[in-house]
Design a protein around this ligand. Structure first.
Ligand code: CIR
Length: 271
């Protein structure tokens, strides 16, 4: 979106992250992981992820963990920020409702314009893809029509395309943007159907890069750098290289155990 791009000119990139609570082993997971979450390793991996972000953005803001919310490191789900507007979500999982309160405070302090999702709306940021000026929202087990309506009202100048997420957790579990008009798409039936739906709505606006490993299409594109999961997408590093100046494999295996990917662990925007 050109008006958003113009408004962002001269601004600096900020990442907001949230620490790993002692309760992290109780984070939600669709399937019980093969080995239990190792809290110490999760904290090391989180610190390494934050360190990488420090090299890619001007400022990293860390919100302390809250033991009451085992899933709180997955901060992406609690807000959608575009330009100077933030939509504070109502997370779709009941155990996660309340995580957004501290994020609301932090974003308000930064001077962002804030609006909130009202009940019965539910939306997780993991279902929101902002790619090449277009906004897509997964209609998933976590995000409902009222949540998508709240997103539409928060960003009226952009307009939102809803996409059905039948199987996975979130829209961005299956596809993410890796370069201008280019999406990494998991090579499975459901993600392929989502990509086709997306193409229909946008008159073939996007190219796709097919990713064969489950979860490996969740990448994080910051500036000219693409973060990929070292454990899921490490073998694909040479292929990803055609899209970005630099590809950085990051080990977040402990977060994968709780269905988390690279996008989930931060909110990144221009301020
Ligand atoms: C959850 O089930 O909500 C967390 N265990 C994982 C959230 C992952 N977030 C994301 O993909 N944006």
């Amino acid at each position: 979106n050109e008006s958003v791009a113009a408004a962002n000119k001269g601004k600096s990139k900020v990442a907001v992250v949230r620490g790993v609570p002692d309760s992290f082993a109780n984070a939600l997971a669709m399937e019980k992981p093969a080995s239990p979450v190792n809290l110490e390793r999760a904290r090391e991996q989180h610190a390494a992820y934050v360190q990488i972000l420090r090299g890619l953005v001007q400022e990293v803001i860390e919100i302390p963990a809250d033991n009451q919310y085992p899933d709180c490191p997955f901060i992406e789900d609690t807000a959608i920020v575009i330009g100077n507007q933030a939509l504070i979500t109502r997370p779709g999982a009941v155990s996660r409702q309340g995580e957004e309160v501290e994020v609301h405070h932090a974003l308000a302090k930064m001077g962002l314009k804030i609006c909130e999702v009202q009940p019965p709306g539910l939306i997780d940021g993991g279902d929101v893809l902002y790619a090449s000026g277009l906004l897509f929202a997964g209609k998933s087990r976590r995000t409902n029509d009222d949540g998508i309506l709240a997103l539409t009202n928060a960003f009226p100048e952009i307009g939102v395309h809803p996409i059905k997420v039948a199987k996975g957790l979130h829209l961005k579990s299956a596809l993410t943007c890796i370069a201008p008009r280019t999406l990494a798409v998991e090579d499975n039936e459901d993600p392929q159907a989502m990509f086709e739906e997306l193409q229909k709505m946008t008159a073939q606006h996007f190219k796709s890069f097919q990713v064969s490993v489950a979860g490996a299409a969740n990448t994080l594109w910051v500036g000219d750098t693409l973060l990929i999961s070292s454990t899921l997408a490490g073998d694909l590093e040479p292929h990803f290289k055609q899209f970005a100046g630099e590809v950085v494999p990051v080990d977040i295996s402990e977060f994968h155990k709780a269905d988390g990917g690279l996008t989930c662990l931060s909110l990144i925007f221009e301020l």
